[in-house]
Design a protein around this ligand. Structure first.
Ligand code: PEP
Ligand code: MG
Length: 821
């Protein structure tokens, strides 16, 4: 029989990526750590292929596989000297999901499995700790009932909260074994009431129920949303890891924590993480207790009084530090590690490549080259081009009026302003009508993923730097301030209280995810500063790429920004955009509406100095680099007044009757301006004269056009609309439906469609056949899209041209395209 179950000590492939396909990321890394000789609790992985079989087999695990699982369970029993369901020395296991790529918090986990009314006493005897055993059992009942039996968590939370109120205590740790006993009874009653069945006492039934639930969680709503946002194919499925439990909640010489080998926010080469004494895994990530620092330095820097792990458990800390170093050397990447300390013994529960901000990704890639861990090529390939966007975006203008109302943790950098909303659905709803929001939650959960995506920023009242909100926001590049204990949220009244104030739903606030500040109102932002590492990485990228990167710009300001970001010329200067300025547009209107040649010349003479000055400035900024100027290509009605108020103003400034102006506007209205045919004006100067290619016919007959054109600039925006026969102005209404229903894989206005790509390729070949020296480039919005850039590199174009802020993204994407060729 084909092998579907793998002990952590067995090797699937010596290539980690191949192992991941079968064992999932978590499983592959656990077995890798096992073979490195690190302290990993014994266990096994049920492969991702079983997930597929599970769905094919009407959502059931087939008998042969169940038999294999039983066999592997025996191996764990041998390794640990414990027995599953035993009344003397019971084995408890965790059951965790693990897809090929990590999907933090998206799928289910069950801990302490194997406890029932009898084994709980055995555990108590073994550990001489009745309170611990009872606490573990009630956690298990809650988790299992929630994940496998579908009883919502609040039922249990409510029972605990009410109990604490009656007893007059604040913390769970203040409840003793008798308290938990009563609560266990209440928990079981709730389960019976909600599911019409007893809480399962048979440990095998518990195990198979949990494994099935993990497979089912692959198709949960939140997992589906996450997959869609991260382009993870649904066929991949998840693996399941069954692992013997170790306990971080057996007393004060126990702990559990999450640690990064470097700082995931800024990339500094320092261990960075959090831990909780006497707690179990999920407590750190869930954000229900605010964790303590791992290192003394971090504790002092943040002015905390509770001891760091370095101070409270110095020996274990040293061992952990050694292991982190070993892991980084082995994986040659920053690692995100979960660990547990059980009675002073350190156990490694997970390692994976850590999610990081763009700033940190750049710094780590460059530092690792310096440390001889990776090559420059690898460094260039390490950074996701689109992620640079967050680095290039503006930060708060410190000179403006900043009224700080509270502070939290700087969980994900960047600044954002928006209206306060308290639910993810509201964030999504307002986003649909183009309104910026800040999603404010006590803490986020995986159910909030759509809201976090829709909001411009996220603010939470609870949770640390590794809480769900922080991790997910960093991955998405959303600014996030987490764990602001100064704010008090009232979901019912839709407001939060801070100091003496009430901030209501819809009020404007600003958050600064780089410093943790929460600010009243909207704040102005400034251009970002580019770090030394950033320039270094960009320089390395420039050495690998063949495509030139130009920019689309028509103002001196944008041209300067683009040059600073490394643009190698202007690929498209839309002259009509030079007049989109309040003062200038009036002269354009006069020109368009003038009836006589003299009037027209008069209007033009007012425009001339502006345009002349801009061109001089632009040419100076570009300092000899190519500048492609597109001659006037406007739909005339774009320049004309629309509202009655505007029409009135223009009529009076032109001194003509309103009625006459309205007639002229109607005459000039173009039904389908984008589909008009361009005429060329050739000037005999030291210029190249070329053309936009925006129509399929132009692409097909490119050899004819190349007889007259010295360059082709593919206007991929228009070429996309003319190829599909859809309009870029209203396709937004239906494109999402097309994508959701898999009619299109991706929005063709974002990434160049294959058919449009073919047209570009045909035109390029034909153009080059006619004129070997012809220059080829694209200047539609696709010029800043990494996937489209890869296509342009493949076709062998000379350049892509994109908006100024996309220039670095394009430089990196072009290098990666070349390296992947
Ligand atoms: C294009 O169509 O791709 C293009 C660059 O021109 P515009 O967007 O100005 O129509
Ligand atoms: Mg166009």
């Amino acid at each position: 029989m084909k092998k579907y179950i793998f002990n952590f000590k067995s090797e699937v492939s010596n290539k980690i990526n191949l192992s991941k396909n079968i064992l999932g990321g978590k499983g592959a890394n656990l077995s890798e750590m096992g073979r490195m000789g690190l302290p990993v609790p014994p266990g096994f992985t049920i492969s991702t292929e079983v997930c597929e079989l599970f769905y094919k087999n009407k959502r059931k695990i087939n008998h042969k596989i169940l038999g294999e699982i039983d066999k592997e369970l025996k191996n764990i029993e041998k390794d640990t000297g414990k027995k599953f369901g035993d009344l003397n020395n019971p084995l408890l296991v965790s059951v965790r999901s693990g897809a090929r790529v990590s999907m933090p918090g998206m799928m289910d986990t069950i801990l302490n499995l194997g406890l029932n009314d009898e084994t709980v006493h055995a555990l108590a005897n073994r550990t001489s700790n009745m309170r611990f055993a009872k606490d573990s059992y009630r956690r298990f009942i809650q988790m299992y009932s929630n994940v496998v039996l579908g009883v919502e968590n609040y039922n249990f939370e409510e029972l605990i909260e009410n109990y604490k109120l009656t007893k007059g205590v604040l913390l769970d740790t203040e409840l003793d074994e008798n308290d938990w006993d009563g609560l266990i009874r209440d928990f079981k009653n709730i389960v019976k009431k909600k599911t019409n069945q007893e809480f399962p006492q048979n440990v095998r039934e518990q195990l198979f129920g949990a494994i099935s639930a993990v497979f089912l969680s692959w198709e949960s709503h939140r997992a589906k949303v996450y997959r869609k946002l991260n382009q993870i194919p649904s066929e991949w499925g998840t693996a399941v890891n069954v692992q013997s439990m170790v306990f971080g909640n057996m007393g004060n010489d126990c702990a559990t924590g999450v640690v990064f080998t470097r700082n995931p926010s800024n990339g500094n080469h320092q261990i960075y993480g959090e831990y909780l004494i006497n707690a179990q895994g999920e407590d750190v990530v869930a954000g229900t207790r605010t964790p303590q620092h791992i290192t003394k330095k971090a504790r002092i820097a943040s002015n905390e009084s509770l001891p760091s792990m370095e101070e409270s458990m110095p020996i274990v800390y040293k061992e952990l530090k050694k292991i982190l170093h070993k892991l980084e050397k082995h994986y040659k990447d920053m690692q995100d590690v979960e660990f547990t300390v059980e009675n002073k013994k350190l156990w490694m529960l997970q390692t994976r490549s850590g999610k990081r901000t763009a700033k940190s990704a750049v710094k780590i890639a460059v530092d690792m080259v310096k440390e001889n861990l990776i090559s420059k090529k690898e460094a260039v390939l390490r950074v996701e081009p689109n992620s640079l966007d967050t680095l290039l975006h503006p930060t708060l203008d410190e000179k403006s009026n900043i009224e700080i109302i509270a502070k939290g943790l700087p969980a994900s950098p960047g600044a954002a302003s928006g209206k306060v909303v308290f639910t993810s659905d509201d964030a999504e709803r307002l986003n649909a009508s183009m309104q910026n929001t800040i999603l404010v939650r006590v803490e986020t959960s995986p159910e909030d993923i759509h809201g976090m995506h829709a909001a411009k920023g996220i603010l939470t009242a609870r949770g640390g730097m590794t809480s769900h909100a922080a991790v997910v926001a960093r991955g998405m590049g959303r600014p996030c301030v987490s764990g602001s204990s100064e704010i008090e949220i009232d979901y019912e009244k839709k407001l939060f209280k801070v100091q003496d104030r009430e901030i209501k739903e819809g009020d404007l606030i600003t958050i600064d995810g780089s410093t943790g500040r929460i600010i009243l109102g909207e704040v102005k932002t400034v251009k970002p500063e580019i770090s030394g590492e950033f320039s270094k990485l960009m320089n390395w990228a420039d050495n690998y790429r063949k495509l030139k990167i130009r920019t689309n710009s028509e103002t001196p300001l944008d041209s300067k920004t683009a040059r600073d970001f490394g643009a190698e010329g202007i690929g498209l200067c839309r002259t009509e955009h030079m007049f989109f300025d309040e003062e200038r547009i009036l002269s354009v209107r006069e020109m368009i509406l003038s009836k006589t040649k003299d009037d027209r010349l008069l209007a033009l003479s007012k425009l001339l100095p502006h345009q002349k000055k801009d061109f001089i400035d632009i040419f100076k900024i570009m300092n000899g680099l190519p500048v492609t100027v597109r001659l006037l290509d406007p739909p005339l009605h774009e320049f004309l007044p629309r509202t009655d108020k505007e029409i009135g103003e223009v009529a009076s400034s032109l001194n003509i009757p309103i009625k006459e102006l309205k007639v002229r506007i109607t005459e000039l209205h173009e039904q389908n301006p984008m589909l008009g045919v361009e005429s060329e004006k050739k000037i005999k100067l030291n210029f190249l004269v070329g053309t936009m290619i925006e129509l399929p016919r132009a692409a097909i007959k490119a050899n004819d056009i190349a007889k007259h054109a010295e360059f082709f600039s593919f206007g991929t925006n228009d070429l996309t609309q003319t190829t599909f026969g859809i309009s870029r102005d209203d396709s937004g209404k239906f494109l999402n439906d097309y994508i959701e229903n898999k009619i299109f894989d991706i929005d063709p206005f974002v990434s160049i469609d294959e058919g449009v790509g073919d047209l570009i390729e045909i035109a390029s070949e034909k153009g080059r056949m006619q004129n070997k020296k012809i220059k080829l480039g694209i200047c539609g919005e696709h010029g800043g899209d990494p996937k489209s850039i890869e296509l342009c590199a493949k076709i062998g174009l000379n350049y892509v041209s994109c908006s100024p802020y996309r220039v670095p993204v394009a430089r990196l994407a072009a290098a990666q395209a070349q390296l992947k060729k």
